[in-house]
Design a protein. Structure first.
Length: 337
C-alpha cells in the first residue's frame, strides 16, 4: 500500500439497490479524489436469519416494517453489477473496493482480483471468515467497532496464524453507532491499538462532519474510511450518518493538507517559505537619535526596531557602554566599526 494516507469513501449500501445511483456515488468519489470507493458484497441468506431484528438506527432511517433480511435482500449487488461498477470506477480513475460479509462473497471478491480485503466490525469474532481472509488476501484492513482490545488481539492473531503478514494489516479504530456521538469517539484508542499490536492503524468514522477523521490523520492514521451519500435525506439505513459529496471533497482536502503539515523533519528550523520574511519581521539595534562620533551608546540613544539585518537585539548588553566610532543618523543601524 502507499505510504500516504489511504482514503476510502464508503458508499456501502447507499446505492439503495440502484445501479445508476451507485454510478453517481462513484462519480462523487472520483471528484473528491479518494483512493477507493467501497461497496458491500453479501448474500442476505448467508448473513442473517429471516427473523433477525434491525438496529434502532436502521428502523429510524428506513421507516418501514421490513425485517433485517428483507432490508438487506433489496440491497444486494449481483455479480454482473459488481463487474459493471468495477469497470465504471476504472473509467473514473478511482479504485473499487468492497466489503464481503460471508464466505461465498469473500471468494467472489477474490475472483475479481481485488487487492485489499476489508473486514467489517461485525466479522471480527467470525473465526472461519478471518481464516479465509488471511488465506485469500495479501492486504487486509480490519474495522474494530464494538470490540474490546482482547477481541482485536485475538482476531489479529488469527490473521497472522493463517498467513497474513503484520506489515500488510491495518487496524481501524471504529465505533458502530450511526451517527457516533462525539463523546464516544475515543480517538486515542487508535494509538492504544498501535502500541499493543505494533501494526498500522487508521480510523473508520461514523460521526457527523469531517473534523474527527482529519484529527485521526494528525494522530497517525494511515487509512481513513468514511460513509458518503448523494443526499442524507434519501431513504435507507446509512444515509443520515454519511457525508454528502461536497463534504467528502472538503474532508479529502483537509486530510491532504494535514498530511503535508505533519510530514516535516520534526526539527525546529526556518522553512524555505519563511526565510524571506526573517529580515522584515525581526529587529536590529538602531540609533534612536543622531549620535556623534565618540558618544557612548546608552538606552537613551539606541533602540530596537525593524528591520533585521543589523546587530541583533540579543547583543544589547554588549552594545550599551561602547563608543560610536563614527557619526550615526537616527534610525540607522548601530555599527561598531
Amino acid at each position: 500500500m502507499s505510504r500516504s494516507v489511504i482514503i476510502i469513501a464508503e458508499a456501502g449500501v447507499n446505492h439503495n439497490g440502484n445501479v445508476e445511483t451507485a454510478k453517481k456515488l462513484i462519480d462523487a468519489a472520483a471528484r473528491a479524489k479518494v483512493d477507493y470507493v467501497k461497496f458491500q458484497t453479501f448474500k442476505a441468506k448467508n448473513i442473517v436469519t429471516k427473523s433477525a431484528l434491525r438496529a434502532k438506527y436502521q428502523n429510524d432511517n428506513t421507516k418501514n416494517n421490513d425485517s433485517q433480511y428483507e432490508m438487506l435482500k433489496k440491497l444486494e449487488l449481483s455479480k454482473d453489477l459488481h463487474l459493471e461498477l468495477i469497470q465504471y470506477a476504472n473509467s473514473k480513475n478511482v479504485n473499487f473496493l468492497s466489503t464481503a460479509f460471508d464466505l461465498e462473497s469473500l471468494k467472489f471478491l477474490k475472483s475479481l482480483d481485488l487487492e485489499v480485503a476489508k473486514i467489517p466490525s461485525g466479522e471480527i469474532t467470525n473465526l472461519p471468515y478471518l481464516r479465509m481472509v488471511a488465506q485469500l488476501f495479501e492486504n487486509i484492513i480490519m474495522s474494530t467497532g464494538m470490540a474490546t482490545i482482547a477481541e482485536i488481539k485475538a482476531a489479529y492473531e488469527v490473521l497472522i496464524d493463517n498467513g497474513a503478514r503484520s506489515r500488510n494489516i491495518t487496524i481501524l479504530h471504529c465505533n458502530t453507532e450511526y451517527p457516533t456521538p462525539m463523546e464516544d469517539v475515543n480517538l486515542l484508542a487508535m494509538l492504544n491499538i498501535k502500541s499493543l499490536l505494533s501494526t498500522s492503524v487508521g480510523y473508520s468514522d461514523h460521526t457527523l462532519g469531517i473534523e474527527v477523521p482529519i484529527a485521526a490523520v494528525a494522530l497517525g492514521a494511515t487509512v481513513i474510511e468514511k460513509h458518503f451519500t448523494l443526499d442524507r435525506n434519501m431513504k435507507g439505513p446509512d444515509h443520515r450518518a454519511s457525508l454528502e459529496p461536497e463534504e467528502l471533497y472538503e474532508m479529502v482536502k483537509g486530510i491532504r493538507n494535514i498530511e503535508k503539515a505533519i510530514a516535516g523533519s520534526g526539527l525546529k528550523e526556518p522553512s524555505k517559505s519563511e526565510l524571506k520574511n526573517k529580515e522584515i519581521a525581526r529587529k536590529s539595534i538602531v540609533a534612536s537619535r543622531d549620535i556623534e562620533k565618540g558618544e557612548i551608546f546608552t538606552e537613551f540613544n539606541v533602540a530596537v526596531k525593524r528591520p533585521g539585518g543589523g546587530i541583533s537585539p540579543m547583543k544589547w548588553d554588549e552594545i550599551i557602554g561602547q563608543k560610536a566610532t563614527f557619526p550615526i543618523k537616527s534610525d540607522e543601524f548601530i555599527q561598531l566599526k
